[in-house]
Design a protein around this ligand. Structure first.
Ligand SMILES: [Zn+2]
Length: 315
């Protein structure tokens, strides 16, 4: 049974017709004026109609950033779109006459990684996605962990430093302020300011004006000691956060995704080391694996489609 997945991002809507093995059979995308709810609804309806032409697809999963209720119907709040308590599922069901589910985009992408990527051999997995911020998802007992209100797994806002750096969410000391791509840049700039081991970073910064993620990534690949220290610092924080998550969730696997994960073992090694360093009762129970995510671009679309297919098959 095929299903359609739609991923509503800040600047574009991506969609695909997906088979039960996670293969994309037909794909579509279009730019969007993300702030206008009616235009988005119309664009999603038109995209589903295009993707389902000539097929008998009845299941559609829609992924979007935001808080979505536990029944996957109402978007309580979306950061990029003017949705407040938006009954998006009901609206789409009425217009399309198909089975619809709405899913948080990080959950949808995490689910795809669990089903078709690095997590396909485990039952319990945590994925941390390291982009500009920190996102993620939890799979527990072969199911997405959504919490009682549907807003679980906001992993970026787990507090790692009491009264630490202020975060965009209004709290302080969230892992997003220490383990994100933005944090990596902040550390790189601090090292460049300090001189010494940061001399390579300082030289590049003096040449280009402002350090970008790509500059730091190039220096990491070139083996620059300062850039590697910035990455190890990032990995240290992510390892600490993983240990807390591990103590609560006992996953067999942590998956690290997002742009910064392209550093591979250079990032995984300090994460593992910090994890083991703070792990309670180390040596007395099995230790989880740490792996880099395998799905990159279309994870949200594929995960949303798969969740919709499973839902449609269950009713
Ligand atoms: Zn926060």
């Amino acid at each position: 049974m095929h299903a359609i997945g739609i991923d509503i991002g800040g600047t574009k809507i991506a969609g695909a017709l997906v088979d039960e093995l996670g293969n994309i059979l037909r794909a579509d995308r279009q730019p969007t004026t993300a702030s206008n709810p009616q235009l988005i609804e119309d664009a999603v309806v038109a995209m589903v109609e295009r993707l389902s032409e000539g097929t008998d697809v009845t299941a559609v999963g829609v992924a979007a950033a935001g808080f979505i209720d536990a029944s996957q119907s109402i978007v309580y709040y979306a950061p990029n779109i003017n949705w407040r308590n938006e009954p998006f599922r009901e609206k789409l069901e009425r217009r399309l006459g198909k089975h619809i589910i709405i899913e948080n985009d990080a959950n949808a992408a995490g689910w795809a990684e669990f089903r078709f990527g690095a997590g396909r051999l485990v039952s319990d997995m945590v994925i941390l996605t390291i982009g500009t911020g920190v996102g993620g998802a939890i799979v527990s007992g072969d199911k997405l962990f959504r919490g009682g209100f549907g807003a679980a797994a906001e992993l970026g806002h787990m507090r790692v430093v009491p009264d630490g750096l202020p975060c965009g969410c209004g709290a302080r000391g969230c892992i997003e302020q220490y383990g994100s791509g933005r944090a990596l840049l902040r550390t790189a700039n601090e090292l460049a300011d300090a001189g010494g081991i940061g001399i390579g970073l300082a030289e590049v910064r003096a040449r280009v004006g402002t350090l970008s993620g790509l500059d730091v990534s190039d220096l990491i690949q070139a083996g620059d000691p300062g850039a590697l220290l910035a990455l190890r610092t990032l990995g240290h924080w992510l390892g600490q956060a993983s240990a807390s998550l591990g103590a609560v969730l006992d996953p067999q696997l942590f998956v690290i995704g997002g742009g910064v994960a392209q550093a591979g073992d250079l990032l995984l090694d300090p994460i593992r080391a910090a994890y083991l360093d703070v792990l309670p009762a180390r040596g007395f129970h099995p230790e989880p694996e740490f792996r880099i995510a395998e799905l990159v671009n279309d994870a949200g679309v594929v995960g949303a489609a798969d969740l919709a297919r499973i839902y449609a098959e269950s009713i």
